[in-house]
Design a protein around this ligand. Sequence first.
Ligand code: FE2
Ligand code: FE2
Length: 239
Amino acid sequence: MIRRAIASKSYGLQRALAETSLGFFTPFVEIGIIPTKSFLRFKIEDMKIGTKSVLFGAHCFILHPFFVFAGWWKLYGFPYDPRLWVAFIVHDLGYWGKPNMDGPEGELHPYFGARVMSVLFDSHRKDKWHDFTLYHSRFLAKKNGAQYSKLCVADKLAIALTPAWLYLPMVRATGEIKEYMKDAERNSGGVIQVQKSQLKGYLAVQNYVLKWVDEHKEIKEDTWTPNARESIDENGVWK
Ligand SMILES: [Fe+2]
Ligand SMILES: [Fe+2]
């Protein structure tokens, strides 16, 4: 009884505080400085999948660079060069505004980060940081007849290092999971079987990328990656 009374009192207090705060914020909501819930819902639904991925999905601009950093550290030692840190942050920002992840538009996402890195760190007639960032995509490297970079390997390891309990809610929230599940088999050249369970599907992907990383960390020729993606508006966990 007493416990219930305390609980109800504390609930009342919380409610009063919430109402006071809401009351305080109402004028800001009315003049549009603070967006309403329905406005936010509309904005999120209206966003392109690539934008959602950068904001709160598989390529979340806060979390993903951290896992790439961890992947690099594990593979190549601590990344002392701060330019690497910038690459970890910018390499996937090009997904912003893209209507698909690995379709014709999404596939070109590395170009934005590559340009940023080039402007910041490349001297004239050298494309070192540009290519380093551009070819974090093994598919793009294959398509352009170029060598994938170490960033690609660290980026793949980042997938294996991201725990399922963190990754799955994010890709479910953005809707990326549907595309990733659908195209995992094709993007792995048939190694990954289509799974009904999202968790099993993700674990299969992690297993595959770990093997890919192990085989390619010394930047050997990539014979695993299919030459071209065939359909449009497609996806894969790895790029
Ligand atoms: Fe990428
Ligand atoms: Fe990435």
